[in-house]
Design a protein around this ligand. Structure first.
Ligand code: ZN
Length: 342
């Protein structure tokens, strides 16, 4: 038998609280739900209703005509249930009109109704200028972008780097060994190709520091879900930074005591995210509800390569659940209809 095949069934007899909808309506700020701009949203909306999901942000809004058509589709078919984020192309950074063109795209998209800007991890990892040099996240030529979003009061959700073990030796001690075996392209330990983890992350923190008037959502707990002391200090240091729990729930669910304290202490700074895309089952959301709401012990996570360990419920107080599920998002995105939260 291979390690991937090994799936022992727990013999533990213990209370199970299986939740199929959240206790309060929730706003998912980290989704990639539409396969195409002309997608029929009916099925998606009914799945959202069954989970108690009031609103979902599609971070993959792209730009130009694609974005315009997506916005029209939402407006026509589910105007109160989805928001879109703009995506930019940084590889034109050397062109003379990069700044004016990019700022125009942001202004135009804002006027058409986008709710924010999504920065993919390609910035800082793989995006190159015309000479083939890596574009740093804190490249000064990008500063007008961060400033304009601050002025327009639209948040920037930024995913930089990846889990630190992707840079570590692929050996039996690596916590992400299974993921690196299943997805070998995620390995970033080759310094001829990739910058170091620390380099990328420090460039990201640099833009937080130097643009205090802009709200950033540091995606995936800023890859500090395994070090909540560090994440607490990070949030204390940068009051303009929020974070979200998409695809890193297993970090919280393996340390329920510390995670509970962390979420209570920083409840105004955490948003609900799942990093949903159409290849996933909606039932994966159930694990989020179970970890956040119950005090169940030793239950399965939904993706073995992200967590070969078990989950424990955090049993969060109602005030914290409400903050994470919807209050913080409503404050950040005043365009979301408050009547969706009943
Ligand atoms: Zn994502």
């Amino acid at each position: 038998m291979d390690i991937e095949e090994y799936s022992p069934v727990s013999t533990l007899k213990i209370k199970e609280t299986l939740l199929t909808k959240s206790k309060y309506p929730f706003i998912d700020v980290h989704g990639h739900p539409f396969p195409t701009v002309i997608s029929d949203l009916t099925q998606l909306v009914s799945e959202m209703d069954s989970l108690n999901m009031a609103f979902m942000i599609n971070l993959s809004g792209f730009r130009g005509l694609y974005l315009k058509k997506s916005l029209e589709n939402v407006k026509k078919n589910a105007p109160t249930r989805f928001g879109l984020f703009l995506n930019l192309d940084f590889e034109k950074i050397d062109e003379n009109d990069f700044e004016s063109n990019t700022l125009k795209i942001i202004n135009d998209s804002y006027n058409q109704g986008v709710m924010g800007l999504k920065i993919y991890k390609s910035l800082g990892l793989t995006d190159k200028d015309s000479n083939g040099n890596r574009i740093k996240i804190n490249d000064p030529r990008l500063k007008p972008i961060w400033e304009l979003c601050g002025k327009l009061k639209i948040p920037i959700l930024i995913h930089s780097g990846d889990p630190e073990p992707f840079w570590s030796d692929k050996d039996k001690y690596n916590e992400r060994w299974l993921e690196l075996r299943q997805k070998p392209g995620r390995y970033m330990g080759d310094s001829n190709i990739y910058p170091s983890f620390k380099e990328v992350i420090s460039e990201q923190h640099d833009i937080f520091e130097n643009n205090p008037g802009t709200i950033f959502i540091n995606a995936h707990l800023g890859w500090m879900g395994n070090d909540l002391d560090a994440l607490s200090k990070h949030l204390d240091k940068y009051p303009n930074v929020m974070t979200e729990i998409g695809a890193v729930l297993a970090e919280l669910g393996r340390q329920p005591k510390r995670a509970r304290k962390f979420l209570i202490n920083h409840k105004e700074r955490i948003l609900f995210g799942k990093d949903y895309n159409p290849s996933q089952e909606f039932s994966e959301y159930y694990t989020y509800f179970r970890v956040l709401e119950t005090n169940d012990e030793y239950f399965d996570y939904y993706r073995k390569r992200h967590a070969h360990w078990k989950m424990y419920g955090l049993s969060l107080p109602d005030s914290v659940l409400k903050a994470i599920y919807y209050e913080n998002a409503l404050k950040l995105f005043p365009k979301i209809d408050k009547k969706l939260i009943k």
